[in-house]
Design a protein around this ligand. Structure first.
Ligand SMILES: NC(=O)c1ccc[n+]([C@@H]2O[C@H](COP(=O)([O-])OP(=O)(O)OC[C@H]3O[C@@H](n4cnc5c(N)ncnc54)[C@H](OP(=O)(O)O)[C@@H]3O)[C@@H](O)[C@H]2O)c1
Length: 397
């Protein structure tokens, strides 16, 4: 049992709050804090048990420290944005409280994400006797746990890793992103990157694509992108010769994105507008639907998994592990679409792993550095059942 402070009351924050409340055996007192108090209160009103709420600016370390000292959590879950990773880690260090997040730090003024900024805290966290668990959503998060599980139970050596992420759902809007629009568009418009021949290889944004056959969905065009878990997985599993990440986008989504890019709306360079400076992408975010509002009429499913090839007992082996998740079922359960749900459930399970001591050692870690088994046991129980295919036909090349 422990007290938990959840920061961020968006699409994912709502799911984390519901799931923490569903697992009352593991979580004692719960607080949901965010920039806009009203959003915390609206979520709290729908939860099966009472929680506390608060307003906080998570960019401000002093404010965070004051809130942590007041509420006295054992763990702070950063479910706000990657921009806040370092300020919340600083506040956790100052108060000696454990930390968890779902996305790695990126500076506001450079569209670049990598673990270096957060891995730099390893020694400080170790000295303080506290733990940080990085990237504990679905991807990153379950994708790393799936890979660790494959390594532990199915391979002597993993050689080829492909993480495949499909959203075959429909929200009925002309254009919307399934998680924070600013973070999502920054990620998608970056160059692609994959690991091969012991180095990172770059591709033009969304220029490499192929059909991937997703279970219960069928073939969908999938685009090679850089995704942060690749960075830690190729270090933690050095036998991996090639690691890639693929995501589906509809033609409609890509057409809208291209137009927005061409007219400059996805830029993060400030422009003068009516006597003040604004960032076009931040303005775009303000007019797009919020991820937390997409759930109501969302139909269809998501499918996220890992296809791995390697050697077991001297023989070639192919292994595919995945979860499929239904948007409408998520909405019926917690009032969220499946992208928020598949992120929020693993975040809650990561918190449970830490507070029960099953994943607990001082320092800064990625999920695949821990025993995957207890996490995998909880995944199905809390709404994300997983399936395996062994020596199956490849879903793609
Ligand atoms: N690993 C994965 O699989 C995965 C998948 C999807 C998303 N994610 C991550 O999950 C996180 C949340 O995504 P989401 O879809 O829930 O986004 P969202 O709906 O936009 O919610 C973000 C929340 O953070 C709050 N916030 C932003 N800046 C803040 C600040 N300075 N202080 C306090 N609160 C602040 C926002 O407050 P306002 O409402 O006032 O703006 C909002 O409530 C993001 O980091 C995203 O990258 C991870």
């Amino acid at each position: 049992m422990g007290n938990v402070l959840i920061i961020g009351a968006g699409g994912v924050g709502n799911v984390v709050a519901h799931k923490v409340c569903q697992s009352a055996n593991y979580f004692d007192r719960v607080m949901l804090a965010s920039r806009t108090l009203d959003k915390c209160n609206k979520i709290a009103a729908k939860l099966p048990r009472p929680i506390e709420t608060a307003q906080v600016d998570a960019d401000n370390v002093q404010e965070l420290v004051a809130l942590i000292n007041r509420f006295k959590p054992d763990l702070v879950m950063n479910i706000a944005l990657p921009y806040q990773d370092l300020s919340i880690m600083e506040a956790c260090l100052a108060t000696r409280v454990h930390y968890l997040d779902t996305a790695n730090y990126e500076p506001k003024d450079v569209a670049k994400f990598e673990y270096s900024w957060q891995w730099a805290y390893r020694e400080k966290f170790k000295q303080a006797g506290i733990m940080a668990l990085l990237g504990c959503g679905f991807d990153p998060g379950v994708s790393g746990v799936f890979t660790a599980y494959a390594n532990k139970h199915h391979f002597d050596e993993m050689h080829y890793l492909d993480i495949v992420d499909c959203n075959a759902g429909s929200h009925g809007k002309h254009f919307a992103t399934n998680f924070n629009p600013e973070i999502n568009i920054r990620e998608i418009t970056q160059k692609g990157r994959f690991w091969e021949n012991s180095k990172w290889n770059e591709t033009e944004p969304l220029s490499v694509h192929q059909l991937v056959d997703y279970p219960e969905i069928g073939p969908k065009e999938s685009y090679l992108m850089y995704h942060e878990e690749l960075e830690s997985l190729v270090i933690n599993f050095p036998s991996i010769k090639r690691a890639r990440f693929w995501m589906t986008f509809s033609e409609n989504y890509l057409t809208h994105l291209r137009v927005l890019e061409h007219v400059g709306m996805t830029s993060i360079k400030p422009v003068r507008y009516q006597g003040m400076e604004i960032i076009p992408l931040q303005f775009l975010k303000a007019v797009l639907p919020e991820p937390s509002t997409l759930g109501e009429n969302y139909s269809g499913i998501t499918s996220i998994g890992c296809q791995i090839r390697g050697k077991k007992d001297g023989k070639d082996k192919t292994y595919f592990i995945y979860n499929n998740c239904d948007h409408a079922q998520c909405y019926a359960e917690v009032g969220a679409q499946a992208v928020s749900y598949t992120t929020g459930v693993p975040a809650m399970i990561g918190a449970m792993m830490m507070l029960t001591g099953q994943w607990m050692k001082p320092g800064v870690y990625n999920v695949e550095e821990f025993d995957p088994d207890p996490f995998m046991e909880q995944l199905g129980a809390y709404g994300l059942p997983w399936h395996e295919k062994i020596n199956c036909e490849l879903a793609f090349k």
